[in-house]
Write a protein that binds this ligand. Structure first.
Ligand code: ZN
Length: 82
């Protein structure tokens, strides 16, 4: 039995929410096995449903669409952005 390959590097980076300053985690998309999920402690798992969100970019005033990469962990805020 050979051991499974592990991801080369764990990305446990956290960011601060631009709205409330709370800790925010990276959002991971796609199906993952529970043991793989355990490798990533500070990650929010969104499964396979990609939700597009819109924002107004402050510098240009243009509306942009994108898939959020970060999720605020404050239950009263839940801000998602990219
Ligand atoms: Zn927040």
């Amino acid at each position: 039995m050979t051991k499974e390959l592990k991801p080369a590097k764990k990305r446990a980076t956290v960011r601060k929410c631009p709205i409330c300053g709370h800790e925010s985690w990276r959002i991971a998309y796609g199906m993952m096995m529970p043991d793989a999920m355990a490798e990533y402690s500070k990650t929010e798992f969104a499964g396979c449903c990609l939700t597009t969100e819109e924002r107004i970019y402050p510098a240009t005033g243009k509306v942009e669409f994108g898939i959020p990469e970060w999720a605020c962990q404050n239950p009263e805020c839940r801000h998602r952005w990219w």
